[in-house]
Design a protein around this ligand. Structure first.
Ligand code: SAM
Length: 425
C-alpha cells in the first residue's frame, strides 16, 4: 500500500482510536520493505502529531463541511498531504498526486477529487501557518499551555519549543561489557560520532542511528535510553547484596541499568502483563536476571511476604509531558482530568511503597512529567503527611532549595524528568 495511505492509517489509529503512536506506527511500518520508506512513514506520522492544530486549521479552511464517521481517515490523509506541502522537501505536485492515489487505495474513490482539490488549494493559497490562539501558535492543547505558563512563568515558551524538537539518541554503556571509553572508541572506529554524557554510563550520539549499526548491540554492549532516565540508577545507587524493588518497571530500561550497577536481588513489578514481557526481553539481551512480578505496586502484600526493601525505585505512571518530543501523540491522548487522577494514583503508590522500605532505606521517586502536580507538589504533600522521611537534595539540581530535581526538556539534551530522593528516618 502507498506510504501516504499507511500514514493516514497511523494518524487515524492515534486520533480516532486513542492508540499510541509507538504501537500504531510499527504496525504499519511492517508493510514496508525499505528502511528509507519506514523512515519517511515515521517522519509523516510524527510530523502530523507535532503540528496537528495548524494542519487541522489549514485543511478545515479549505473544506465546505468536515468529513465524518468512516470518512474521517480521509481527513487524516489530508493532514498528511498538508504536512508534506508545508514541512517537507517533497515537491508539492508529487505529494499531492501520491496523496490522492492513497485516497483511492483507501477505497474512497469518490473523495479523490476532494483530496486533490483541497491540497491544490492549500498549495496555491500558501497561507502563513495559523497562530491565532495558544493551541495553534504552540501546536499544544490550551490546557497544557496554561499549566506550563503557571509552572514556568519565565521559560514556558522554551519548554514548549524543546518539546517540539527532534530528540537526540542517547545510549547507555553496559559497564559489565566494557568501559564507556572503550565503547566510545568502538563507535569512533566505525565513524559514529558520540560524546560522554554527565551521568556515568551515558553516551550522546551526534545523530540517531539504527541500533543494528551499533557495535555489539545485540550482545548487550549498550542500550538505548535517554540521558535523563539514566540518572535513576545513579541516584538510587544500589549496593552489592541489597534487596531492591523496581515498583513500576516495564519496559525495564531502569531495571536493567540497576542490575548493571551492582550485584543485587531485584524485584521488578508492573501492573501491565504485556509490558512486563518487554522487561524480560531487555533482561535477556543483556544477560541479566531479575524476579518479575505481575502485580500492583499499591498492594505489595498480595505478592510479597519477604523482607522490606533496602531501596525502592518508584518510576511512577505519569502524564509523560516531559517526553512529548519523543511521543508527540501524548498531547492528543492525554486529557486535563488525567492529571488529577494520575496524581492521586501516584500518591497512593508512594504511600504504600514507603511502608515497604527498611528504616534508613532510600526511595527514589521519578516521573517523566514536567507538571508540578505530579512532581514538587506531590512530594511536598508526601513530606507534610509523613513523619519518618528526609528529603536528600540531589547534587545536580540547580536550586538546592527546591523540592527534588525538575529537568525540563532539552536541558543538556535530555528529556523532561523529575527526581526526588527520600530517605526513611
Ligand atoms: C513510567 S512507566 C515505567 C518505565 C520503566 N521504569 C522503565 O524505565 O522502563 C510506568 C509503569 O507503571 C506501570 N503501572 C501503573 N500503575 C501501576 C501499579 N499500580 N502497579 C505497578 N505498576 C503500575 C505501568 O504499566 C507502566 O509500565
Amino acid at each position: 500500500m502507498n506510504l501516504r495511505a499507511l500514514a493516514a492509517k497511523v494518524a487515524f489509529q492515534v486520533l480516532e482510536k486513542g492508540i499510541s503512536l509507538s504501537v500504531a506506527l510499527p504496525d504499519q511500518q511492517k508493510h514496508l520493505e525499505s528502511g528509507k520508506d519506514k523512515a519517511l512513514l515515521a517522519e509523516l506520522s510524527y510530523g502530523v502529531m507535532r503540528h496537528l492544530p495548524q494542519l487541522d486549521k489549514l485543511v478545515g479552511d479549505c473544506m465546505s463541511k468536515p468529513l465524518k464517521g468512516k470518512q474521517r481517515i480521509v481527513h487524516q490523509l489530508l493532514l498528511v498531504g498538508c504536512y508534506q506541502i508545508y514541512f517537507t522537501r517533497i515537491p508539492s505536485h508529487a505529494a499531492i498526486s501520491e496523496t490522492a492515489e492513497a485516497c483511492r487505495q483507501l477505497r474512497f474513490e469518490g473523495l479523490v477529487k476532494v483530496v486533490n482539490g483541497v491540497l491544490r488549494n492549500i498549495q496555491r493559497q500558501d497561507k502563513p501557518l495559523p497562530t491565532d490562539n495558544d493551541t495553534l501558535a504552540f501546536n499544544t492543547p490550551a490546557w497544557i499551555v496554561k499549566r506550563l505558563k503557571e509552572a514556568y512563568p519565565q521559560s514556558w515558551q522554551e519548554v514548549i519549543e524543546h518539546s517540539h524538537q527532534r530528540p537526540p539518541m542517547w545510549l547507555r554503556n553496559n559497564k559489565l561489557s566494557q568501559t564507556r571509553d572503550e565503547y566510545l572508541a568502538a563507535l569512533a572506529d566505525i565513524e559514529i560520532g558520540a560524546s560522554a554524557g554527565k551521568s556515568s554510563d551515558a553516551i550522546l550520539l551526534d545523530s540517531p542511528r539504527d541500533v543494528a549499526q551499533l557495535p555489539g548491540f545485540e550482545q548487550g554492549a549498550a542500550s538505548v535510553q535517554d540521558g535523563a532516565a539514566q540518572w535513576a540508577a545513579t541516584l538510587l545507587a544500589p549496593k552489592d547484596g541489597e534487596l531492591i524493588l523496581d515498583a513500576c518497571a516495564a519496559p525495564g530500561g531502569k531495571t536493567c541499568h540497576l542490575l548493571e550497577q551492582a550485584n543485587i536481588e531485584l524485584m521488578a513489578v508492573d501492573f501491565d502483563e504485556k509490558r512486563l514481557e518487554r522487561v524480560q526481553q531487555n533482561l535477556d539481551r543483556l544477560s541479566l536476571k531479575a524476579k518479575l512480578v505481575h502485580g500492583d505496586a499499591a498492594d505489595i502484600d498480595s505478592w510479597w511476604q519477604g523482607d522490606k526493601f533496602d531501596r525502592i525505585l518508584l518510576d511512577a505512571p505519569c502524564s509523560a509531558t516531559g517526553v512529548i518530543r519523543r511521543h508527540p501523540d501524548i498531547k492528543w491522548l492525554r486529557k486535563q482530568s488525567d492529571i488529577e487522577e494520575l496524581a492521586s494514583l501516584q500518591s497512593k503508590i508512594l504511600d504504600h511503597c514507603w511502608q515497604w522500605l527498611k528504616p534508613g532505606g532510600t526511595l527514589l521517586y521519578a516521573t517523566c512529567s514536567i507538571l508540578p502536580q505530579e512532581n514538587e507538589q506531590q512530594i511536598r504533600s508526601f513530606l507534610e503527611r509523613t513523619d519518618d522521611v528526609t528529603l536528600v537534595p540531589i547534587i545536580e539540581q540547580p536550586n538546592t532549595e527546591s523540592i527534588g530535581w525538575q529537568i525540563t526538556p532539552g536541558t543538556e539534551n535530555m528529556d523532561g524528568f523529575y527526581y526526588a530522593r527520600l530517605v526513611k528516618g
